[in-house]
Write a protein that binds this ligand. Structure first.
Ligand SMILES: [Zn+2]
Length: 118
């Protein structure tokens, strides 16, 4: 007979095996939930959840939300738009130029990198 509160060594082993299986199952369920959420979120507005419309802006494909009118850009697309818009000297081109010049100055060690927004 075992003293109360102290499980036999075999019992302890099976408990640990059970816990391992449970942890593995929980992890599988968690990964399935993440993949489901990703599928649901695909091509939807990150702000309101509406399906995004694809449009072309300065020859760059962008996603626009028809509900809240937000615009979603893929990596590198903002730079592309700013470059193409550059000749027109619009606010976006100015903003991008400004940010790039400020970053260059900061990279070269100039801590007083202040470029006025005009
Ligand atoms: Zn939206």
């Amino acid at each position: 007979m075992c003293p109360e509160g102290t499980p036999a060594p075999q019992e302890e082993f099976w408990k640990q095996q059970e816990q391992k299986l449970l942890d593995q199952l929980k992890e599988q369920i968690r990964l399935q939930e993440i993949s489901k959420l990703r599928d649901l979120a695909k091509l939807r507005c990150p702000k309101c959840g509406e399906m995004l419309d694809q449009e072309v802006f300065y020859e760059v494909p962008i996603e626009r939300c028809p509900h809240c009118l937000g615009i979603w850009l893929d990596a590198g697309e903002l730079e592309l738009i700013a470059q193409r818009e550059h000749s027109k000297e619009s606010w976006l081109a100015k903003l991008w130029k400004n940010m790039t010049e400020r970053r260059k100055k900061m990279d070269s060690g100039d801590s007083e990198a202040e470029i006025p927004m005009s």
